[in-house]
Design a protein. Structure first.
Length: 317
Protein backbone atom coordinates (compact mmCIF):
# COMPACT_ATOMS: atom_id res chain seq x y z
CA UNK A 1 0.00 0.00 0.00
CA UNK A 2 1.32 3.42 -0.98
CA UNK A 3 1.97 5.72 1.97
CA UNK A 4 1.83 9.50 1.61
CA UNK A 5 3.37 12.11 3.88
CA UNK A 6 2.38 15.77 4.13
CA UNK A 7 5.44 18.00 4.65
CA UNK A 8 4.77 21.30 6.44
CA UNK A 9 7.58 23.82 6.95
CA UNK A 10 7.47 26.39 9.74
CA UNK A 11 9.41 29.51 10.63
CA UNK A 12 8.10 31.68 13.47
CA UNK A 13 4.45 30.83 12.80
CA UNK A 14 3.32 27.91 14.96
CA UNK A 15 -0.41 28.82 14.78
CA UNK A 16 -0.44 28.51 10.97
CA UNK A 17 1.56 25.29 11.12
CA UNK A 18 -0.80 23.75 13.69
CA UNK A 19 -3.85 24.76 11.64
CA UNK A 20 -2.33 23.17 8.55
CA UNK A 21 -1.48 20.08 10.59
CA UNK A 22 -5.07 19.78 11.75
CA UNK A 23 -6.35 20.11 8.17
CA UNK A 24 -3.87 17.52 6.97
CA UNK A 25 -4.86 14.98 9.60
CA UNK A 26 -8.50 15.33 8.56
CA UNK A 27 -7.76 14.25 4.98
CA UNK A 28 -7.98 10.69 3.76
CA UNK A 29 -4.92 9.81 1.76
CA UNK A 30 -2.49 11.48 4.17
CA UNK A 31 -0.78 8.78 6.23
CA UNK A 32 1.78 10.95 8.01
CA UNK A 33 2.13 14.68 8.73
CA UNK A 34 5.70 15.90 9.10
CA UNK A 35 5.99 19.25 10.86
CA UNK A 36 9.40 20.82 10.25
CA UNK A 37 10.54 23.71 12.39
CA UNK A 38 13.19 25.52 10.35
CA UNK A 39 15.21 27.06 13.18
CA UNK A 40 12.49 29.45 14.36
CA UNK A 41 13.72 32.41 16.38
CA UNK A 42 10.65 32.30 18.64
CA UNK A 43 9.07 29.51 20.70
CA UNK A 44 7.45 27.83 17.68
CA UNK A 45 9.03 24.46 18.32
CA UNK A 46 7.71 24.30 21.87
CA UNK A 47 4.24 25.38 20.73
CA UNK A 48 4.20 22.76 17.98
CA UNK A 49 5.26 20.01 20.36
CA UNK A 50 2.63 21.13 22.87
CA UNK A 51 0.05 20.99 20.11
CA UNK A 52 0.87 17.38 19.31
CA UNK A 53 -1.09 15.47 21.93
CA UNK A 54 0.61 12.43 23.38
CA UNK A 55 3.93 13.12 21.69
CA UNK A 56 6.89 10.93 22.58
CA UNK A 57 10.58 11.86 22.20
CA UNK A 58 12.08 10.71 18.93
CA UNK A 59 14.40 7.72 19.20
CA UNK A 60 16.92 8.93 16.65
CA UNK A 61 17.65 12.65 16.44
CA UNK A 62 21.24 12.18 15.32
CA UNK A 63 20.79 12.52 11.56
CA UNK A 64 21.97 15.95 10.45
CA UNK A 65 19.15 18.14 9.25
CA UNK A 66 16.46 15.62 10.16
CA UNK A 67 16.26 15.56 13.95
CA UNK A 68 12.97 13.97 15.00
CA UNK A 69 12.18 15.49 18.38
CA UNK A 70 8.62 14.25 18.90
CA UNK A 71 6.26 11.76 17.30
CA UNK A 72 2.68 10.70 17.89
CA UNK A 73 0.64 8.42 15.68
CA UNK A 74 0.35 10.09 12.28
CA UNK A 75 2.50 13.07 13.27
CA UNK A 76 6.21 13.64 13.67
CA UNK A 77 8.01 16.87 14.47
CA UNK A 78 11.41 17.68 13.01
CA UNK A 79 13.85 20.33 14.19
CA UNK A 80 16.44 21.46 11.65
CA UNK A 81 18.44 23.62 14.07
CA UNK A 82 18.77 26.55 11.68
CA UNK A 83 16.79 28.51 9.13
CA UNK A 84 18.40 27.15 6.01
CA UNK A 85 15.58 28.21 3.70
CA UNK A 86 12.78 26.51 1.79
CA UNK A 87 14.86 23.77 0.19
CA UNK A 88 16.84 22.93 3.31
CA UNK A 89 13.77 22.59 5.51
CA UNK A 90 11.66 20.63 3.03
CA UNK A 91 14.53 18.27 2.28
CA UNK A 92 14.64 17.47 6.01
CA UNK A 93 10.91 16.79 5.93
CA UNK A 94 11.14 14.43 2.95
CA UNK A 95 14.01 12.56 4.62
CA UNK A 96 11.77 12.06 7.64
CA UNK A 97 8.99 10.81 5.35
CA UNK A 98 11.40 8.26 3.89
CA UNK A 99 12.42 7.16 7.37
CA UNK A 100 8.75 6.48 8.16
CA UNK A 101 8.31 4.45 4.97
CA UNK A 102 6.34 6.97 2.91
CA UNK A 103 6.44 6.48 -0.86
CA UNK A 104 5.08 9.94 -1.71
CA UNK A 105 5.63 13.33 -0.11
CA UNK A 106 3.22 16.24 -0.54
CA UNK A 107 5.23 19.41 0.11
CA UNK A 108 2.86 22.20 1.12
CA UNK A 109 3.17 25.70 2.51
CA UNK A 110 1.24 25.96 5.79
CA UNK A 111 -0.92 28.72 4.27
CA UNK A 112 -2.31 26.57 1.46
CA UNK A 113 -5.72 24.91 1.66
CA UNK A 114 -6.62 21.87 -0.41
CA UNK A 115 -9.20 19.09 -0.39
CA UNK A 116 -9.07 15.31 -0.44
CA UNK A 117 -9.81 15.30 -4.17
CA UNK A 118 -6.64 17.33 -4.76
CA UNK A 119 -4.53 14.85 -2.80
CA UNK A 120 -6.11 11.96 -4.69
CA UNK A 121 -5.57 13.58 -8.10
CA UNK A 122 -1.93 14.43 -7.41
CA UNK A 123 -1.26 10.94 -6.07
CA UNK A 124 -2.86 9.31 -9.12
CA UNK A 125 -0.91 11.56 -11.47
CA UNK A 126 2.40 10.53 -9.92
CA UNK A 127 1.60 6.83 -9.60
CA UNK A 128 -0.15 6.32 -12.93
CA UNK A 129 2.07 8.45 -15.14
CA UNK A 130 5.12 6.99 -16.82
CA UNK A 131 8.29 8.31 -15.12
CA UNK A 132 6.32 11.07 -13.37
CA UNK A 133 8.35 12.22 -10.37
CA UNK A 134 6.47 15.38 -9.38
CA UNK A 135 2.97 16.82 -9.80
CA UNK A 136 1.47 20.21 -9.04
CA UNK A 137 -1.98 21.80 -9.03
CA UNK A 138 -3.46 25.13 -10.10
CA UNK A 139 -3.72 27.95 -7.59
CA UNK A 140 -7.14 29.57 -7.26
CA UNK A 141 -7.17 32.97 -8.92
CA UNK A 142 -4.36 32.05 -11.30
CA UNK A 143 -4.26 30.48 -14.73
CA UNK A 144 -2.43 27.19 -15.42
CA UNK A 145 0.35 29.05 -17.24
CA UNK A 146 0.97 31.06 -14.06
CA UNK A 147 1.41 27.86 -12.00
CA UNK A 148 3.74 25.90 -14.28
CA UNK A 149 6.64 26.97 -16.45
CA UNK A 150 8.73 25.63 -19.31
CA UNK A 151 12.47 25.29 -18.73
CA UNK A 152 14.20 27.78 -20.99
CA UNK A 153 17.69 29.02 -21.77
CA UNK A 154 19.64 31.77 -20.04
CA UNK A 155 18.18 34.81 -21.86
CA UNK A 156 14.56 33.68 -21.55
CA UNK A 157 15.00 32.84 -17.87
CA UNK A 158 16.66 36.20 -17.27
CA UNK A 159 13.85 38.14 -18.98
CA UNK A 160 11.32 36.18 -16.92
CA UNK A 161 12.83 37.74 -13.78
CA UNK A 162 11.99 41.33 -14.76
CA UNK A 163 8.51 42.81 -14.21
CA UNK A 164 8.58 44.69 -17.52
CA UNK A 165 10.54 42.21 -19.65
CA UNK A 166 8.38 39.26 -18.61
CA UNK A 167 5.38 41.08 -20.05
CA UNK A 168 7.15 42.11 -23.24
CA UNK A 169 8.46 38.60 -23.91
CA UNK A 170 5.54 36.66 -22.43
CA UNK A 171 5.04 34.51 -25.53
CA UNK A 172 8.69 33.43 -25.47
CA UNK A 173 8.81 32.75 -21.74
CA UNK A 174 5.54 31.11 -20.67
CA UNK A 175 3.18 28.44 -21.92
CA UNK A 176 0.29 29.66 -24.04
CA UNK A 177 -3.17 28.93 -22.55
CA UNK A 178 -3.80 26.60 -25.49
CA UNK A 179 -0.85 24.43 -24.43
CA UNK A 180 -2.92 22.80 -21.68
CA UNK A 181 -5.77 21.90 -24.00
CA UNK A 182 -9.56 22.12 -23.83
CA UNK A 183 -9.94 18.98 -21.70
CA UNK A 184 -7.61 20.40 -19.05
CA UNK A 185 -9.54 23.68 -18.84
CA UNK A 186 -12.89 21.88 -18.75
CA UNK A 187 -11.73 19.66 -15.89
CA UNK A 188 -10.29 22.67 -14.06
CA UNK A 189 -13.61 24.50 -14.31
CA UNK A 190 -15.43 21.46 -12.92
CA UNK A 191 -17.30 20.71 -16.14
CA UNK A 192 -15.64 17.35 -16.76
CA UNK A 193 -13.98 16.05 -13.59
CA UNK A 194 -13.90 12.53 -14.99
CA UNK A 195 -11.01 13.44 -17.27
CA UNK A 196 -8.25 14.78 -15.03
CA UNK A 197 -5.48 14.37 -17.57
CA UNK A 198 -2.17 15.80 -16.30
CA UNK A 199 -0.07 17.86 -18.70
CA UNK A 200 3.75 17.61 -18.79
CA UNK A 201 5.51 20.84 -17.80
CA UNK A 202 9.00 21.99 -16.88
CA UNK A 203 8.31 23.02 -13.30
CA UNK A 204 5.34 23.60 -10.97
CA UNK A 205 4.73 26.06 -8.15
CA UNK A 206 6.48 25.00 -4.96
CA UNK A 207 3.66 25.96 -2.59
CA UNK A 208 2.02 22.57 -3.28
CA UNK A 209 3.87 19.76 -5.04
CA UNK A 210 3.71 15.97 -4.77
CA UNK A 211 6.99 14.09 -5.27
CA UNK A 212 8.14 10.49 -5.22
CA UNK A 213 10.04 10.35 -1.93
CA UNK A 214 12.91 8.06 -2.92
CA UNK A 215 13.44 9.56 -6.34
CA UNK A 216 13.36 13.09 -4.89
CA UNK A 217 16.09 12.20 -2.40
CA UNK A 218 18.10 10.25 -4.99
CA UNK A 219 18.22 13.44 -7.07
CA UNK A 220 19.49 15.40 -4.08
CA UNK A 221 16.17 17.09 -3.39
CA UNK A 222 16.04 20.87 -3.55
CA UNK A 223 19.31 22.76 -3.91
CA UNK A 224 20.06 23.97 -0.38
CA UNK A 225 22.33 26.74 -1.64
CA UNK A 226 19.16 28.56 -2.70
CA UNK A 227 17.59 30.08 0.41
CA UNK A 228 14.35 31.11 -1.23
CA UNK A 229 12.96 31.40 -4.80
CA UNK A 230 13.62 29.29 -7.88
CA UNK A 231 13.89 25.88 -6.24
CA UNK A 232 11.08 24.53 -8.40
CA UNK A 233 12.99 25.10 -11.63
CA UNK A 234 16.09 23.39 -10.26
CA UNK A 235 13.99 20.38 -9.25
CA UNK A 236 12.42 20.37 -12.72
CA UNK A 237 15.84 20.33 -14.35
CA UNK A 238 17.07 17.54 -12.09
CA UNK A 239 14.00 15.46 -12.92
CA UNK A 240 14.34 16.10 -16.65
CA UNK A 241 18.03 15.18 -16.57
CA UNK A 242 17.11 11.89 -14.90
CA UNK A 243 14.57 11.09 -17.61
CA UNK A 244 11.60 11.87 -15.39
CA UNK A 245 8.57 14.11 -15.82
CA UNK A 246 6.83 16.93 -13.97
CA UNK A 247 3.09 17.35 -14.59
CA UNK A 248 0.37 19.87 -13.83
CA UNK A 249 -2.98 18.40 -12.76
CA UNK A 250 -6.32 20.19 -13.40
CA UNK A 251 -7.31 20.54 -9.74
CA UNK A 252 -7.22 23.65 -7.57
CA UNK A 253 -5.95 24.79 -4.21
CA UNK A 254 -5.93 28.04 -2.28
CA UNK A 255 -2.77 29.91 -1.30
CA UNK A 256 -2.86 32.89 1.04
CA UNK A 257 0.70 33.82 0.09
CA UNK A 258 3.38 36.10 1.53
CA UNK A 259 3.08 34.66 5.03
CA UNK A 260 6.60 33.29 4.90
CA UNK A 261 8.05 36.58 3.68
CA UNK A 262 6.55 38.51 6.56
CA UNK A 263 7.71 36.00 9.16
CA UNK A 264 11.33 36.09 7.98
CA UNK A 265 11.29 39.88 7.75
CA UNK A 266 11.49 40.34 3.98
CA UNK A 267 9.82 43.44 2.61
CA UNK A 268 9.39 43.92 -1.14
CA UNK A 269 12.93 45.20 -1.72
CA UNK A 270 14.65 42.62 0.49
CA UNK A 271 12.54 39.93 -1.11
CA UNK A 272 13.64 41.05 -4.58
CA UNK A 273 17.30 41.06 -3.51
CA UNK A 274 16.98 37.50 -2.21
CA UNK A 275 15.26 36.41 -5.40
CA UNK A 276 17.91 37.97 -7.63
CA UNK A 277 20.63 36.29 -5.57
CA UNK A 278 19.01 32.91 -6.20
CA UNK A 279 18.58 33.77 -9.89
CA UNK A 280 22.29 34.55 -10.31
CA UNK A 281 23.24 31.25 -8.67
CA UNK A 282 20.77 29.40 -10.88
CA UNK A 283 22.11 30.99 -14.09
CA UNK A 284 25.67 30.00 -13.32
CA UNK A 285 25.18 26.50 -11.90
CA UNK A 286 22.23 25.19 -13.88
CA UNK A 287 22.24 27.20 -17.11
CA UNK A 288 25.98 27.31 -17.62
CA UNK A 289 26.09 31.11 -17.84
CA UNK A 290 29.60 32.38 -18.55
CA UNK A 291 31.36 35.50 -17.31
CA UNK A 292 29.82 37.79 -19.97
CA UNK A 293 26.35 36.39 -19.34
CA UNK A 294 26.71 36.94 -15.61
CA UNK A 295 27.84 40.54 -16.14
CA UNK A 296 24.80 41.14 -18.34
CA UNK A 297 22.59 39.49 -15.73
CA UNK A 298 24.02 41.69 -12.98
CA UNK A 299 23.31 44.85 -14.99
CA UNK A 300 19.81 43.62 -15.80
CA UNK A 301 19.14 42.77 -12.15
CA UNK A 302 20.26 46.23 -11.06
CA UNK A 303 17.54 47.66 -13.29
CA UNK A 304 14.97 45.26 -11.83
CA UNK A 305 16.01 46.21 -8.29
CA UNK A 306 15.73 49.91 -9.14
CA UNK A 307 12.20 49.31 -10.48
CA UNK A 308 11.30 47.48 -7.27
CA UNK A 309 12.67 50.23 -5.02
CA UNK A 310 10.84 52.87 -7.03
CA UNK A 311 7.56 50.94 -6.90
CA UNK A 312 7.94 50.45 -3.15
CA UNK A 313 8.68 54.15 -2.60
CA UNK A 314 5.60 55.11 -4.60
CA UNK A 315 3.46 52.76 -2.54
CA UNK A 316 2.73 50.20 -5.24
CA UNK A 317 4.33 47.34 -3.24
Amino acid sequence: MTKTALILLNYNDAPSLLSALERGLSLRGIDLCVAVDNGSADDSLQKIIAGVQGGEPGKDASAAGSGEVYSSGRVCVIETGKNGGYGFGNNAGVRAAAKHGCDLSLIANPDVIFEEDTVKALKEAVLAGENVMAAGAVMEGRSPEECAWPLKGFREELFASGPVSRRLYKKDIYYAPSYFGEDFHRALSGKDTGRLQPVPVGAVHGSLVMVRTKEFLDLGGFDEEMFLFGEERVLGRKIAAAGGKVVLVPVKYRHAGSGTMKKIGLDAVKREKERLKSEAYYYEKYLGAGADDLKFAEAFQNVVLFETKLAARLGFL
